[in-house]
Structure formats: structure tokens, C-alpha cells
Design a protein around this ligand. Sequence first.
Ligand code: ATP
Ligand code: MG
Length: 641
Amino acid sequence: MTGKILGNRYEILEEIGNGGMAHVYKAKCMLLNRFVAVKILRSEFVSDEEFLARFNAEAQAAAALSHPNIVSIYDVGREGNIEYIVMEYVEGKTLKEYIRENKLLPWRQAVDFAIQIASALNCAHKKGIIHRDIKPQNIMLAADGVLKVTDFGIARAASSSSVTITGSAMGSVHYLSPEQARGGYTDAKSDIYSLGIVMYEMVTGKLPFDGENPVTVAIKQIQEKPVSPRDYNLAVPLSVEKIILRAMDKDQNMRYQTTLDMLGDLEAVRINPEASLSPQLQDTEGATKKIPAVKPEQLHTKIIEDEKKSAPPEDKAGQKKDEEGSKMNKAEKKAVIWAVITSVAIVAALIVGAMAVIFPDMLKGSAKDIQVPSLVGESFEDVKDLYEEQGISVKVEGEQYSDEYSVGEIIFQDPKAGRLHRLPFTINVIVSKGNEEFILDDYSKRSFIDTKIDLEDKNIVVEEVEQESEDIPQNMVIKTVPPAKSKVKAGDKVTVFVSTGIKEKPVIVPSLEGFDIQQARKILSENKLGEPNVKEVYSDKEKGVVVKQSIPASTEVREYTVIELEVSKGPELRTKDVDIRIPQEKNSTHIKILQDGVTIHDQTHYKSEGTAFGITISGRGKVVLELYYDGKLSEKMTVNL
Ligand code: ATP
Ligand code: MG
């Protein structure tokens, strides 16, 4: 992979990790010149159309999430057989690694982390997106202590897959809510449960439910009471323990109902661990309460009941007993296992593997039952008679537009693939009418965010390209390709050109000192600088010459910056007293004085006046005085004023 360029834009640099579904690479976006993380689906999944369709839909939904604690999704693409998601690159480690390195976290840090995770979840839940796979492996810790949750909604895509997943996916079941394990109704509260487990792990360094195989763990999620966190770590305040146990309550109704409620309590204990928490917490014992047994009617699969009827009650599992009979009989246990399998495919594949060892008979199902074949993605024409001989008929129940399936392909089937069903039976299907075409609106001058939301609502893939523009303000749409009024259909890609405003180029201030002000003005205008502010000052420099500039030469400034120029108005007018000698040889002498050729004194002086008289001269800079005694030039002197 290294060195490969995806989408003409992302250069793969190195592998940074891999999980059950994908390999993750560090890459460089050559267009925006930044690092990104590229998640490339394992090839097994790329051939699974149903999975891909869901995967893309979920990635697109997650891409609409923008929150400091959520890893941003930038792009989704496919190149040949490579299906990839481009996301924000987080320099750091996973929370799992961090917990492992530190054994356990101080409760304050755990609360701070939980607040960050809960904020991310709150943002997603408000938009109707449930994570479904909250676990420390999906939470990245950046170097600055900021947590970022990744893989929003991807678990849902995975739950439709029939591909076997191995390896790291094993961990998932440790964070799975009871309703997920049971195959029941999953909602935002399932994420709250998983967050509870993550908090438990942070403050104790231990997983509340563990076992030698996923099935055991799943069953514990459903019915085993966790050991109180304070039994492992007494430093954990009671209030924090209560929050954890309430989040982990097996009963969805007893849990925090929203992440916002949980955030409120987390914030309160962060400030003061003695704080009183939201009311329900005061009197409930939370998850440590007595746990009702798993009742068969709570399970969702019909086969489960069929199996139960035929299964003899057994008592080998050795589960803890309570008055309601929390011990499961074999049929109930099978039921749970089946629920787990049908609800979470990531875990399922593993469980199937585990079950082959633990309950070899179960996998075969009953003799009369047959696994429902997978028809989604197949052409109806191809499969309509295919299973006739086996006693399975395929019936079209309706038609729908679809951006994921071509005309004639099956979008949906009931019963679902993989279920066991007694023969003969009918599979009702919905067939695709292909994409619905519509006319593209004119998005120019509209905000990019609105445009993106609008287009994505119509299942259009939005590609963002930034461009400078003089007349369209920043973050507004300049144009789209294809242009407004074009015919498009769901699944098409529309490139949206977004204005970055005008990116000003800096101007380098020229040296203006010594230039005549007229020349200086010309130089300024040629360099895209503003009309100067001119200030006249006295100076020995010639009048009209620039003697000082407010911004020194070579400074980088914005275009049309105004510079103040000091322009010489010549030297200042000054006066000086000068002594002029009166000759003593004669009684009287006529003295004439010229200043720069102009007569300033013309008078007869007498010996009796003394040896000298004073005159005051005024002028600018240097002046030349010429002294004429009785009409003869006797002295020429330069005076500095
Ligand atoms: P699962 O397949 O169940 O999601 P997982 O979360 O362990 O398992 P991946 O999501 O494929 O696996 O991620 C694998 C590894 O890649 C992570 O553990 C993490 O180290 C790294 N990683 C994932 N996303 C990013 C990212 N945005 N930035 C940096 N590293 C990442
Ligand atoms: Mg992950």
C-alpha cells in the first residue's frame, strides 16, 4: 500500500493500525497538504454489497458530525477494489493503550475523559447517530490530552455483514450493552452503557465482565452484577461509582436517559466529588440491584422459542441463582447466544467459532430448519426461481428508488438472511427502481454547510474544493460541478467550490527615504500601497524629500496599507547674534553687510561706539555674510544657524 495514491489525492505513507474490519494508514492529502488517516476496508468486506451500502451510508452520516471530541470524517471513496474512509489524523494512542500503560487512571482524569466522550456522544445523539461500538480502542488520545472518538456508526454497518471477523474484534463484546447482546432495541442508552464500562475500566483497570469466550461475556453483560468499582479502588469517590453503575444499569430505563443527564453529573463531581447528583441516583443502587433473569419472551427471534419448546430444562451452567430464577436453562442460553449472533455480526463470527467448540450441536439447527439465503444485492430475475425446488419462493412486495442498488436488484428481504426458517417459506423482497433523478438547485452564494447538509440529505456525495474568490464571501459556495439545473441522482458526486475569500498576498514595503514626495507616491501606488499620510518636517534635507517612513523598508504588509511619510520642508528658521568689528584706525567707517547677497546692514559706525557692534541674523541652515568696510569687501564668513 505504501506509496499508493488514492483518489488522486491521498498518498499512503505507513500503516498505523488494524482492526477487525480495516487497516488504517497514515497518509498525506496532497491537495490540502495535511496528514490524514485512511481506513481501508479489508477486502472480504468489499465484496459484501449490503455491508458496503450501509458502510457508506453510516460514514456519510458520521461525516456530518463536527465536534472537537469526534474524529472528523473528510471523505469516503472507492478505487477499484479499495474502499476507504479518509479521516482526521490523530497523533497519539488509543485509550486502550493508555489504560494498559497506566494500569488505571486517577478518578479525576477518568471523569475528565468521560466528559469528553459523553460530549462527543451527546453531539452525535442529538443528530440521531448512535455509535454502537464505544470501546477504548475506538477512542484516540491526542498528545494534548484531548480524546477523539472514532468509528461512529460503523458497527451498524458491520452488523449486516456475514463476513467472518477475527482478531481484535474479540474485544467488542466486553463493552456491549445487554440489549445489544440480546438483540433487543438499541438506542443512545446503549452507548451510555458502553461508556459506563469504559469508565469502570479507567478507574479500576479491570473489565467488569470477562470470560474465556465471547458468549460467556455476553451472558454476563445480560445478567451478572458487576463488582463495585470501589472494591478495586477505594480512591474512587462514591459519587463517581454511582455514576458508573447507573450508566451500566442492565435496565435501559434505570440508566441515564441521555448523555446530557450523565454529563451534568460528571461535571458536578468534577467540581466537587461530594456534590449531590441528579435525583434518581440518590436512592437507587443502580446496576448492583437484583437482576431479573433473561426471559425467553424478551428475546427477539422466533426460532428461539421453537428451540425452547424442544429443549429439556438443564442446569449445568452453574450461574448464580436468585428467587426469580436468573439461572438460564440451556434453551435460554441458546436463545441469548442466537440473539448475540443475529445482533452483532462483528461478535457473531467469533461466537460462531467459539460455539463450534462449546455447543457443537447448536450450529446445525433443527433438521427441518434451513438458513434463509441472502438475496439483498442480487438481481430479482436471477434469484426468483433459484430456490423453488427447495421450497423457498421469492415474492416482490414492493419497489423503491435506491441510490445503492441498481434497477432490479433486491434492496430488502424478509425474513433476513441467516435466520433459520422452517420449510416451505416465502421471502418477500423489495426491488430497486434505481436512482431517482432530480434537478440540482443553484447553490451559489449559499453557505457551504447548508449546501452540504441539503445535498447529503438527497444522498449526493459532496466533494469540497476550496477556491479564492473576490466577490463570493468566505465559506460561501461559488459554483457546483455539475452546475445548477443539471439532472442528478442519489449517489452522484457533486463538487462544491467553496470560497476562501481573497487570500491577500503580502506587499514588501520599498525604501522611500531620499525620494521626492511625488516619486514616492508613484512608487507606493505601483506597489499596491495606500496613499501616504504626509507630515512636513524641518530638515537639513532638501524641501520635498522624504526623510522618514513609518514602516521600515522590507517589512511585509497587507495590500493598500497606509504608510506615514515625513517630508522635508527645509531647515527651520533660526536666529543668531554675530559681533561685527568696528575699525579703530579711523574715526568713522561705513559698514555694509550682505547675507547671501542681500543687504541686511548699511550704516556708518564711529570709533566712539566701541570695538564692535552686534547684529542678529536669521535664516535656515548655512548663511554667508559678506562684510564691506567703506565699500571694500573685507571679510566673508559662513554662519551655521
Ligand atoms: P474495530 O475494527 O472493531 O473498529 P479497532 O478500533 O481496534 O477495531 P480500527 O478502527 O481499524 O480498529 O483502528 C485500528 C488502529 O488504527 C487503532 O487502534 C488506532 O491505533 C489507529 N487509528 C484508527 N483511526 C485513527 C486516526 N484517525 N488517527 C490515527 N490513528 C488511528
Ligand atoms: Mg475502530
